[in-house]
Design a binder for this molecule. Structure first.
Ligand SMILES: [Zn+2]
Length: 401
């Protein structure tokens, strides 16, 4: 793979051994659509390692053996690419980037990133906003990135919005991040200007420790995407921007509770489709409604019916990513046995006691937060969620086994 930057425009060219259909770090197959993308709202004079890691977050799935950058990277970043992916990276030369002092939050506006923001009330936000690609038709026009960007502005936080069309580099499964870390490409390019020493993401317990989302569905202490000692964790650290997961030890029930109790409550939005408010009918709206109803101890409030595909998805036989929250909802939503979620009761024997671990923080998640942010995050969790007992922590560690 050869990558070249023209200002904040990235162009890449595959080497003969590279593949059009590659795999992201979570093993999900992703097919290349186009080999250019551009960023707005970022400087063009960042440290070469920042350009390199930003580019890698886009091209990693399709790169097999080597990557050639258009400017020398530090030996540290080259080593991290070699250790993490078996990739030969070059040219190598120049000092590594000096870690800054500021923690920024990669802010989507969803409950998880709002919860992360609540832990660090002074941290500036970097918001990724999708914009159209000049040469790729947008088949996903219902994604209202403009609405999410406006909500981010209304938080009153120091905010930098990065625009990019990088999601259109993907042909399949749909426009999206080639690697989950591509959401941070703009934040990386801003790291020198913002004096960043860490970047916080709203990835919670399911994503970090339970192999959730489209991943392994089992306990993953060595998660290659989010563990500090994983391939991506080491690469970000080599560029002086270690990954910080303030809510990595708590479930989506806790992040929902924290988000709804935070000063940013009015700006929380997980739905990517609604304009004046959440659409209430997409899969994400329904899933989050289950969690919110459980947290608020009220009946489900949804216009959906049990025959809809977005509902049936949560009525199928486990295992699947997010099943811990379905179990949590079954144990806590009043009247669930006569709701559209009733079919899921066939697969779970959920009680409040059997799901109590989902209300507390998994202590090893705090231990891996880098200083100086570990202490405030730990204090916040002790006060606002409480730590898991050894028995509850075992539920995490035996997940999927
Ligand atoms: Zn929705």
């Amino acid at each position: 793979m050869k990558v070249a930057w023209d200002g904040a425009e990235l162009a890449f060219r595959l080497d003969p051994e590279d593949e059009i259909t590659g795999r992201a770090a979570d093993e999900h197959p992703v097919k290349l659509r186009t080999s250019t993308c551009a960023f707005g709202g970022v400087p063009d004079d960042a440290h070469p390692d920042l350009f390199a890691v930003a580019a890698w977050s886009v091209v990693a799935p399709w790169t097999r053996r080597r990557i050639t950058f258009d400017r020398p990277v530090s030996a540290e970043v080259a080593q991290a690419l070699h250790d993490g992916w078996g990739i030969e990276a070059g040219p190598v030369g120049g000092p590594p980037r000096t870690q800054g002092r500021t923690l920024a939050i990669s802010y989507s506006g969803g409950a998880d990133s709002v919860a992360a923001a609540a832990i660090f009330p002074e941290a500036p936000f970097v918001h990724f906003r999708r914009v159209p690609h000049p040469r790729v038709p947008n088949r996903w026009t219902h994604y209202r990135s403009d609405v999410l960007a406006d909500l981010a502005k209304k938080t009153g936080r120091e905010l930098t919005t990065v625009t990019s069309d990088l999601e259109f580099t993907l042909a399949e499964p749909r426009p999206g991040y080639p690697e989950h870390h591509a959401v941070a490409a703009g934040a990386l390019l801003l790291a020198d200007r913002m004096d960043l020493g860490g970047l916080a993401f709203g990835y919670e317990l399911g994503s970090r420790w339970l192999g959730g989302d489209r991943y392994l569905l089992r306990f993953t202490p060595d998660n290659p995407m989010w563990a500090p000692h994983g391939a991506w964790g080491r690469l970000f650290a080599a560029a002086g921007v270690p990954i910080v997961l303030p809510v990595g030890g708590v479930s989506e029930a806790v992040t929902m509770r924290l988000a709804l109790g935070s000063p940013l409550r009015a700006q929380v939005r997980w739905c990517l489709q609604g304009a004046d408010g959440p659409c209430r009918t997409c899969g994400k709206c329904f899933y989050k409604e289950i969690i919110q109803a459980a947290v608020e101890r009220r009946p489900l409030d949804t216009p959906l019916t049990a025959d809809r595909a977005v509902v049936r998805k949560w009525l199928r036989k486990p295992p699947y990513g997010g099943m811990e929250m379905i179990e949590y909802g079954l144990a806590r939503i009043p009247g669930v046995e006569s709701s559209i979620l009733a079919g899921a009761l066939d697969y779970f024997d959920a009680t409040e006691e059997s799901t109590s671990w989902l209300e507390h923080c998994y202590p090893p998640a705090l231990a891996e937060i880098p200083e100086p942010w570990r202490e405030p995050a730990s204090a916040f969790m002790a006060e606002n969620a409480g730590l898991m007992t050894p028995g509850e922590a075992r539920r995490v560690e035996e997940w999927g086994s």
